[in-house]
Design a protein around this ligand. Structure first.
Ligand SMILES: [Fe+2]
Length: 208
């Protein structure tokens, strides 16, 4: 979404969507067998920035790499699920990402805020993978640690881009979203998910 909104022309945006289609088909339309071998290579060569913003090239480069890594993780998760006989099913979104949307409505502040939110989501994933890994079996432990290594890079990428776009100190805004995010992960939450808040009793019981 960031690439399409801020950094490429219509042709490149269409390329990007076409490249993602097999994944969307699988997730939203139950089309395909979940094998995306070879589907996440070559994108970097296909997508180029439109030259409108000075940060466009960096945004495309960092986000394409990030998409590729996330999709590779998705494939890895599917493989582990398949090997354990767990069927793929869609899970409804929790309040977390929605709750982070205190994004300003004018540019470039809107983009800066979206990037800061992205950084928090990645950093929190990194923390939660680290906290859960010791309680998992060997295979999952190794996998989660590999995931948290890339999440650590992803959150740095988002923050670096936010600073680059702002071209001024963004610490007040980072602090602001830190407060919003802290409330989302530490207050009672009826849902129980990777990024949810404190599970209330019924939610935790329903999961077990
Ligand atoms: Fe990530």
């Amino acid at each position: 979404m960031l690439i399409r909104r801020y950094a490429v022309d219509e042709v490149n945006a269409a390329e990007l969507l076409a490249w993602l289609k097999p994944y969307e088909d699988y997730v939203y339309r139950q089309v395909g067998d979940g094998n995306f071998e070879g589907k996440h290579s070559g994108l970097k060569k296909m997508i180029s920035a439109n030259g409108v913003h000075s940060f466009g090239d960096d945004l495309v480069e960092k986000m394409v790499l990030l998409i590729k890594e996330e999709l590779h993780h998705f494939q890895q998760v599917l493989e582990i699920m398949q090997s354990r006989g767990i069927a793929y099913a869609n899970v409804s979104a929790g309040r977390y990402a929605r709750g982070m949307r205190h994004v300003r409505t004018y540019e470039p502040q809107a983009l800066i805020d979206k990037l800061i939110c992205g950084a928090y989501i990645e950093a929190r994933s990194c923390e939660r993978f680290a906290r859960i890994a010791p309680y998992l079996d060997n295979e999952l432990q190794k996998f989660y640690i590999s995931l948290l290594r890339s999440e650590a890079r992803h959150f740095e990428d988002y923050l670096a881009l936010a600073r680059q776009v702002a071209n001024e100190d963004i610490s007040a805004r980072v602090y602001y979203f830190g407060e919003v995010e802290a409330a989302l992960i530490s207050t009672p939450d009826t849902d129980f998910k990777f990024h949810s808040g404190n599970p209330i009793e019924e939610a935790a019981t329903a999961m077990s």
